[in-house]
Ligand binder design. Structure first.
Ligand code: PEP
Ligand code: MN
Length: 342
């Protein structure tokens, strides 16, 4: 349930409503970025009667949100949320690229990849130090050593870091070296992990689960948002279907759909979305055209010898060409938005 206050509601009127919500045993999250302040009721609102609030001065409307992801929904927050990663804005209408290797393999490798990434215009460096691998015998990541390398490389090239955290026990360590915590597809519904990363207050990149429905994904974001964390970035990385010609089926319709249902930004991951390097540039272009707020893409100085996900990684040449195309489309999208706003 949300309570939409009148545009000219006073602070005093808002506090009276907020106090009453608290007396009912519920928590509150406020949205003051909107023209009309919105009071979001957090918790089980089934027992609350609308009339209890209708008599308060300053109340315009009481809206029951029927879906279970209230704070994540557009109803609660009609305007777009912009995630701010130390000044790099995601969701402000620009297209932000995060690029880097699947795994951090060593200092030289991540420095060289950071150089490539930056040359193409990426502002955020990706790279896994804790890798969720199908086989327990596959390379599992360099862990803290890798985190140190990616931080050093990102600082050298004035970039931000996104890296995956797989386990609650490692949150403090991963947070220390990074700027965005990535929740991998396999952990989209690891609810304790979602709560714990939410509590850090850091930006969270939330990958869509391998078989995650849109509704499950939105509810996963709610686990983070309810911890008073509104710095959430959805990452569409493809879902498992009956198709085996690509690694996953890249669900581009998720981009406009998430934008309709939620206020948080969404970026695309055409690398895991296809699993095949030469399908990555066309799907990246499609991501820009679909209205994504950015992308995360795997690149490597020598994909053939990459320790993980080489087949879907772009080398310097193919990456730079893709980025030239992406920059052209970004400009075209700006023109399209201007037309829309006329
Ligand atoms: C990754 O980003 O390298 C990764 C493991 O992604 P996902 O969780 O989407 O499979
Ligand atoms: Mn990967």
């Amino acid at each position: 349930m949300i309570i939409i206050m009148k545009q000219d509601a006073t602070d005093e009127q808002i506090s009276q409503v907020v106090n009453r919500v608290k007396e009912e045993g519920l928590a509150v999250q406020m949205n003051r970025g909107n023209e009309q302040p919105i009071v979001g009721l957090v918790g089980d609102t089934r027992k609350i009667q609308d009339v209890a609030f209708q008599r308060y001065d300053g109340v315009e409307e009481i809206v029951r949100i029927t879906n279970t992801y209230k704070l994540t929904s557009r109803e609660f927050h009609p305007q777009d949320t912009v995630v701010d990663v130390n000044g790099v804005k995601i969701g402000d209408g620009s297209f932000v690229t995060m690029a880097g290797p699947c795994s951090i393999e060593g200092l030289d490798q991540i420095r060289e990849t950071a150089r490539m990434a930056k040359a193409g215009g990426a502002k955020i460096l990706r790279g896994g130090a804790f890798k969720p691998r199908t086989s327990p015998y596959a390379f599992q990541g360099l862990e803290e050593e890798g985190l140190k390398y990616i931080r050093q490389a990102a600082d050298e090239f004035d970039m931000q870091v996104i890296t995956e955290v797989m386990d609650e026990a490692h949150i403090d360590m991963v947070a220390h070296y990074s700027d965005i915590l990535q929740i991998g597809a396999r952990n989209m519904q690891n609810f304790r992990l979602l709560e714990a990363v939410g509590k850090t207050g850091m930006p969270i990149g939330l990958k869509r689960g391998i078989s995650g429905t849109i509704n499950e994904w939105l509810n996963a974001a709610e686990y983070i948002a309810v911890q008073n964390n509104n710095q959430i970035i959805f990452i569409e990385r493809g879902i498992r279907t009956y198709e085996t010609a690509t690694r996953n089926t890249f669900d581009l319709s998720a981009v406009p759909l998430i934008k309709k249902l939620s206020h948080f930004p969404i970026i695309v991951d055409p690398s895991h979305g296809t699993g095949v390097w030469d399908l990555v540039p066309p799907m990246a272009r499609a991501g820009v055209a679909a209205g994504a707020d950015g992308m995360i893409v795997e690149i490597h100085p020598d994909p053939v010898n990459a320790w993980s996900d080489g087949p879907q990684s772009l080398n310097e040449k193919t990456y730079l060409k893709m980025m030239d195309e992406v920059h052209i489309l970004e400009k075209a999208m700006k023109e399209i938005h201007e037309l829309k706003n006329l």
